[in-house]
Design a protein around this ligand. Structure first.
Ligand SMILES: Nc1ncnc2c1ncn2[C@@H]1O[C@H](COP(=O)(O)OP(=O)(O)OP(=O)(O)O)[C@@H](O)[C@H]1O
Ligand SMILES: [Mg+2]
Length: 324
């Protein structure tokens, strides 16, 4: 399949009073057209910074794009001007944020907001724009579309608001959707509904989706391929089933562990999270890794190809892992 997105050698840092800290360091990330790719990582691993960089929404400074290239379709994003990006955002690429209220305007009804987007991007007016807005609300499976159109955002539940955001994103005719933890603040049952909807829309409308989560089980509902992000680097990547069944990187295994229950388990997690973490050289995971040895402090781990569609960046592989 043709690659729709190609990120190469992307290094992003933030400047602060005590120097510059790198938060994204991606060698290569490719997403095929129409694919749903999941990016998973713990809090602070660089997921949102990476997502914002795809839309050129990072404020520079304090953000510094040190190097790299981002190609989306036939667009070379990084050299684009703000004016050019304004045309691309929403129209070609849409983003769903974790807090729907940051996207919705509290003083306009849902209908007014969807119609405005349709009028701007699809050149429809009056009855036609309204009809299209109703169709979009039905598409995201909100019952009684006429009634929803008249509501203000605060009159909707969190799950309903997130569906409206998805409707707005798709009303622009976006061919690439970035969903940055769209269900983070929702109940588990509502989460599952939104994820199911995203998966369905991705298949029927053939949009390419970058789905961001801090939880591996969430991405497994929507994505075929995933990448595990640690300190801005992809440490393991491959088909979601393969990774869930055979996680190789110690970080992936940690993310797959159930939440700590006993005080002892919680203390072990606190200890592992409190270690100093800025690796100047070697493996980014060296301070947290239970298997770390001298070589991990000195050398960047090589990429091991495990099977056809699974790769891991680690100096050590368990016996048999490379043979699969
Ligand atoms: N505006 C900023 N100025 C300075 N540092 C920033 C800024 N935005 C993000 N960072 C830093 O970049 C790193 C990555 O942040 P990012 O928001 O991408 O994390 P995340 O993986 O999205 O986490 P979460 O799951 O909590 O949303 C963090 O160390 C954060 O402190
Ligand atoms: Mg984030």
């Amino acid at each position: 399949m043709e690659d729709y997105i190609e990120i190469k050698d992307l290094k992003i840092s933030f400047k602060s009073y005590d120097g510059q800290k790198r938060v994204v360091d991606i060698d290569e990330l490719k997403i095929a057209k129409g694919e749903a790719y999941g990016l998973v990582g713990e809090s602070g691993s660089g997921k949102s910074v990476l997502a914002l960089s795809l839309l050129k929404l990072l404020t520079e400074p304090p953000a510094v794009i040190e190097s790299g290239s981002i190609r989306i379709g036939n667009l070379n994003i990084l050299p684009k001007s703000e004016r050019e990006m304004e045309n691309i955002r929403g129209k070609k690429i849409a983003m769903i944020f974790q807090d729907p209220m940051s996207t919705l305007n509290p003083v306009f009804t849902v209908g007014q907001q969807i119609i405005k987007v349709i009028a701007k991007n699809q050149n429809l007016k009056g009855k036609q724009a309204r009809q299209k807005a109703l169709e979009m609300i039905e598409l995201v499976k909100l019952p009684d579309a006429e009634q929803i159109m008249e509501k203000y955002p605060h009159e909707l539940s969190g799950g309903q608001r997130q569906r409206v955001i998805i409707a707005i994103a798709l009303a622009c005719g976006a061919e690439f959707l970035i969903a940055d933890e769209p269900t983070r603040n929702l109940d588990v049952t509502i989460q599952a509904g939104i994820l199911k909807l995203l998966a369905e829309l991705q298949k029927t409308l053939k949009v390419t989706v970058l789905f961001i989560a801090n939880n591996l089980s969430l991405v497994s509902l929507t994505c075929r391929r995933i990448g595990l992000l640690y300190h801005g680097q992809i440490v393991e990547q491959g088909e979601v089933r393969e990774i869930l069944d055979h996680p190789v990187h110690p970080y992936t295994k940690t993310l797959l562990q159930p939440l700590p229950q006993t005080e002892e388990e919680k203390e072990a997690v606190r200890r592992s999270l409190s270690v100093q973490e800025n690796a100047d050289q070697g493996c980014p995971y060296q301070f947290r890794c239970p298997r770390a040895e001298e070589i991990c402090k000195k050398e960047m781990p090589p990429v091991h190809q495990i099977g056809e569609n699974h790769e891991v960046h680690c100096h050590f592989l368990e016996e048999g892992e490379s043979a699969r």
